[in-house]
Ligand binder design. Sequence first.
Ligand code: GTP
Ligand code: MG
Length: 198
Amino acid sequence: LFARPFVFIKGCVRIADLPPADRMEIAFAGRSNVGKSSLINALTGTTGLARTSNTPGRTQELNIFESQSDALRIVDMPGYGYARAPEDKVKQWTRLIHQYLTGRPNLRRVYVLIDGRHGPNANDATVMNELDKAAVSYQIVVTKADKPNKSELEAALAKTRAAVAKRPAAHPEIILTSSEEKVGLEQLRAEIRQLMEH
Ligand code: GTP
Ligand code: MG
């Protein structure tokens, strides 16, 4: 599945722009700058596929990528909770994210990314609430594991586990990743392969 490169299909600013719901989709969601686009590049092994930046608010559309060998689509999402962008933009992204996450029939799983330095915040909780309410399958991915020191990472992980334990439904195990140091990628790939088989 990940042996061949992924290709960029299009960027969508509204739900109506999405391609037909004709194949399995997985989406990467999380606050601005958490490392969504970087993880997609690392996971697919396609450098520069998704655009990344030091500045939060880089990804502003639902960016669609497809495998050239299999019927898998990956969706890179704008970050949520980014307060420094113009208010109407933030509103537009929030609405788009909400509509996509709760209304896409072929969305097989959402990866909710949590920063390994900080753990979850209120916006993450809101998104988990929405996904739980809509009964959409999701898994927590802790990112940037190379950045914090050991005790900071442990603290962020403990907070993340506690937040997930509070959820009404059971969720798959938390995955620890670093796009920079290629940690957790093989585990993530294996799980995505499994999703494609079921
Ligand atoms: P938005 O599109 O703005 O919502 O951000 P994003 O979640 O797509 O984050 P992006 O992938 O653009 O990464 C943000 C910054 O974090 C970039 O400067 C990346 O180089 C850096 N980054 C991402 N993943 C890692 C990681 O695993 N380790 C380290 N050290 N830095 C990372
Ligand atoms: Mg991005």
